[in-house]
Design a protein around this ligand. Structure first.
Ligand SMILES: [Fe+2]
Length: 323
């Protein structure tokens, strides 16, 4: 039994508290409950041209026979982080070479892909059904669905994977299982799978959608078979300038087509096709398109809304003072 009565001052009380694995709550070095969102994740942009070049070399050095996936993780560049892109989500570039297969497996994190480059005969196999992967396509793999990838064409395939794995890690329910067959056998082709949002299908719908801002249109890719993060496709006409209020949602943008620049918080980025931009929650955003542009935003907004934690604009404290 620790004799707390022996403490004559606060430092000696703190030393005694360490012996019972307790921390004082009145003089924390880093406050936990703060007036508005504060986290160490920073806005950042990754360039596809660099990731593509690195993956091309990894194609020589990393065999998918021993590597479950040949991918590059866009770990947010803040000290101590080697995984998450934004607090709840990870974005990763993946390459499957011509003639190669990526093993089938399933896991509790939900996943989604955006295809950047793929020739004909590139497929993802979800629950034994073969789904085409064409440039611009968005593919879903909700949690615990088996999935593998098969490039039966002659052109290397590149895409971006998004997973809510950081969220699963924070909450704990991580499970992973390999498929009993190394690559799940799939004979049936399912081009109209609800797991696929074909570029050829959503692109005309997006261009016909109502403007959310001058020269900017948006389309949500639903219905929700995957509930922790959403997918919104945005069309920015050349010359469009679009401002989005800060919100609690953690977001990642991918440039599907076009080029432009963004200001996120205090950071400024130029971007081109295939680039990925991390917008951690509570950062103001301004985007400008140099030419006809399509972006896809992946965000934990549905989760924030479900938990009643979705807020935009000014902080809760200020909003309360105003009313
Ligand atoms: Fe996976």
């Amino acid at each position: 039994m620790v004799n707390f009565e022996s403490a004559s001052d606060l430092p000696s009380l703190y030393r005694l508290l360490e012996r019972v694995q307790a921390k004082n709550g009145w003089a924390k070095a880093t406050p936990a409950i703060v007036p508005e969102p504060r986290h160490s994740f920073v806005p950042h942009r990754w360039q596809f041209s660099e990731m593509r070049a690195a993956l091309h070399v990894a194609g020589r050095l990393v065999d998918t026979q021993w590597a479950e996936r040949r991918n590059l993780i866009m770990a947010n560049p803040h000290p101590g982080n080697d995984y998450a892109t934004v607090p709840t989500l990870i974005g990763a570039y993946q390459m499957v070479k011509a003639g190669e297969k990526a093993h089938s497996h399933r896991h509790t994190p939900n996943a989604m892909r955006i295809v950047l480059e793929a020739g004909p005969d590139t497929y993802t196999v979800v629950d034994g059904r073969k789904i085409p992967m064409e440039p611009g396509d968005v593919l879903l793999t909700p949690n615990w669905h088996y999935h593998g990838h098969s490039n039966e064409g002659t052109q290397d395939a590149y895409w971006i994977d998004f997973l809510d794995a950081p969220l699963v890690m924070a909450m704990g329910p991580m499970f992973f299982q390999k498929h009993p067959q190394q690559v799940e056998v799939a004979s049936e082709m399912d081009a109209l799978s609800p797991m696929r949002f074909a570029y050829s299908d959503y692109e005309p719908k997006l261009r016909a959608a109502a403007e959310i801002s001058r020269k900017v249109r948006a389309l949500t890719l639903g219905p929700e078979t995957l509930v922790t993060f959403d997918r919104v496709v945005l069309h920015l006409e050349g010359g469009a300038q679009w401002t989005r209020d800060r919100s609690t949602a953690n977001q990642i943008y991918t440039v599907v087509q076009g080029s432009g620049s963004s200001r996120v918080g205090d950071s400024e980025f130029e971007w081109h096709r295939g680039d990925m931009i991390a917008v951690p929650g509570w950062n103001d955003q301004q985007h400008a398109a140099n030419e006809d542009t399509i972006l896809i935003r992946v965000s934990d907004e549905p989760l924030m809304r479900m938990l009643n934690w979705y807020h935009t604009g000014r902080g809760m404290a200020e909003a309360k003072e105003e009313t």
